[in-house]
Structures are given as C-alpha cells and as structure tokens.
Design a protein. Sequence first.
Length: 100
Amino acid sequence: MRIIAVSHLKTFWEKHPDVEQPLLAWIDEARNASWSTPAQIKDQFCSASILKSRRVVFNIKGNDYRLVVAVAYRFGALYIKFVGTHQQYDAIDADSVEME
C-alpha cells in the first residue's frame, strides 16, 4: 500500500519520540500489505476498528496512540487523517476528521 502524507507521522513522532518506533513498524507493515478488503486489514491488525466511509482506526503503541487512515482499496493507498494520543482521539469524530 502507498501511504499518503507520512510527513504527518514524522511531525507527530518528533513531538512524541516514544511513538517513533511503533509508527515506523506500522509504516513497514502497511507498505508491504496489499489490502483489498477491510477483512484483510482485520486479519493483520485484529485490534483495528473499521469505520464507515472506508476509514480504519489503528491502535499504536499498546493503544497509547491512535491513527486514523482513509483506505482507497482500488488504488492501494492509505491517507493519513489523524494521529494523536488516545485522549486527543476521544475528542474527534474519526469518520470525518482531516489532518490540518
């Protein structure tokens, strides 16, 4: 899968260094994946939450952080929509959030 806007993740881990390695691990796994259905994502990341409008929420670093992506299965692309702490995640609508 192609990951669009990895720079958002880099900016985030510069502020939260403890999440750099978990995010790099997620990036490696996602880039090597070729998901064509939500079920394939759940097979690889059983704690992922599949949302409407082709969005997926990933738990990062033991659920300390959350990552929301929009999946374009047809194009093999993941669009970063949100990365933040669990507390920040609780304050957003994961179905409509966009990176600023």
